[in-house]
Design a protein around this ligand. Structure first.
Ligand code: FE2
Length: 424
């Protein structure tokens, strides 16, 4: 007896009319015509059945705090950091837990199965770390939450950030983060990358740094991160988040840099919604887009995953945990408009990001965890175009969220009475 049988599914690779059998939290078969009895059967005819969306870059200690204690008036990254500094002084562990759990509810309804969240490690009380370690346990059954120790104020610039970051790692935070472009000098930024990578190497951890999140074409921290990755044998375990300075760099230099990054097997995490909102703020016209060179990095063989970064926080007032919205922005800003490129943007919010996070048992094939999302769209490209409704979200073979189909009731003379907005 199966726990769940999904009939007539379409898979992201284009396979159609296949059935998916789930038992004891595992996908036991993916093939047409499965007839075994199941506690629950879902007909997915014409629907895309995908593994869950994965968000490889988020800030769960700040989410849903918009307006507390005030709004970001300039809209810049730096005012956001200053505002976050004000919020940190007044928020409690319980405040963060409440907001984070609420966000996880939203994320589940939007088909997200795993989130890598940075957590600020600069305050002596480690309020965010305490809160998110608690949340990581509380949501374990429905979201894989991976935490990055993130010294937001600069691990060297802030006098106690180093010791607090080490304390956070001792408490069980999973990944080493950093922010070299926020250190006081280029030299300090490079030193912060070296020190933090050494900590990761000693502890056997992954690295994920906010790296060169600026429009400065002279910034060189991506280069340092790639070099340190090689020096310390961290290949495949290091991610560079944002990398927006690469948008503005000299093309010859970038041709050299991308080869170095590829050798280092650096993972790349652009955050399209936030990058297009925050970058280029010092430009008049033309305004730079501030998204890193997604196509070129991908074509050099690197794993690229899109992150959402922020939802209703000091840096970004928008967002709804919709990784299809993230994919759509990445697609537009990167001009990724061929059929292959658009389908790849779906990979950038699913399988690529799962790889970056090191998730095991991810996918829709025999032996994988029975975690899937049924979308109101026939294929990945249409899913992005429509920001498709997540009809059913399955975790460990059990349904954990259902959303009704999106339909419109029309009263137009001589026209159909109902409309599926996605039907063309
Ligand atoms: Fe971030």
């Amino acid at each position: 007896m199966l726990d769940l049988l999904i009939k007539n599914a379409t898979l992201p690779d284009g396979t159609t009319d296949t059935d998916i059998a789930c038992r004891n939290g595992t996908i036991t078969a993916v093939e047409p015509g499965i007839t075994a009895e199941a506690a629950r059967v879902i007909d997915a005819t014409g629907r895309l059945v995908s593994p869950p969306f994965i968000d490889p870059h988020f800030h769960m200690d700040a989410t849903l705090s918009l307006g507390t204690p005030r709004m970001n008036v300039s809209g810049t990254l730096l005012e956001g950091i200053a505002l976050w500094g004000e919020l940190k002084q007044i928020q409690s562990v319980d405040d963060i837990v409440t907001r984070a759990l609420r966000y996880c509810d939203i994320a589940v309804s939007m088909g997200i199965g795993a989130i890598r969240s940075h957590v600020d490690t600069c305050d002596d009380s480690l309020t965010g770390v305490q809160a998110l370690l608690q949340v990581r346990e509380q949501v374990r059954d429905y979201i894989d939450l991976q935490l990055v120790a993130f010294p937001q104020d600069g691990v060297l610039r802030d006098p106690t950030a180093m010791q607090n970051t080490l304390r956070a790692l001792d408490m069980g935070v999973d990944v080493v983060g950093g922010i070299p472009h926020f250190e006081r000098t280029m030299e300090d930024g490079a030193r912060s990358v070296r020190v933090l990578c050494e900590i990761a190497a000693e502890r056997g951890l992954m690295v994920d740094m906010h790296c060169d999140e600026s429009d400065d074409p002279q910034s060189r921290h991506v280069e340092t991160l790639a070099c340190e990755t090689q020096r310390l044998g961290l290949q495949g375990r290091v991610a560079g988040s944002h990398l927006t300075s690469m948008h503005s760099m000299d093309n010859y230099y970038v041709s050299k840099l991308i080869a170095l990054m590829a050798e280092s097997e650096m993972r790349v995490i652009p955050n399209p919604l936030i990058n297009i909102m925050l970058q280029g703020r010092h430009d008049t016209y033309p305004k730079r887009r501030g998204q890193t060179r997604v196509r070129e990095l991908r074509d050099a063989g690197m794993t690229v995953g899109f992150g959402s970064d922020c939802v209703k926080d000091p840096w970004y007032s928008m967002g709804r945990a919709d990784m299809l919205d993230v994919a759509a922005m990445g697609l537009h800003v990167g001009q990724l408009s061929s059929r292959e490129d658009m389908a790849w943007c779906f990979d950038a919010v699913t399988v690529n990001s799962a790889r970056i996070m090191g998730l095991e048992g991810y996918g829709v094939s025999r032996g994988c965890k029975a975690n899937v999302v049924i979308l109101q769209a026939p294929d990945p490209i249409e899913a992005i175009r429509l920001r498709a409704t997540r009809l059913t979200v399955v975790r460990h073979g059990k349904i954990i969220s259902e959303t009704p189909e999106a339909t419109a009731a029309l009263t137009l003379p001589g026209r159909p009475g109902t409309l599926d907005p996605g039907a063309t």
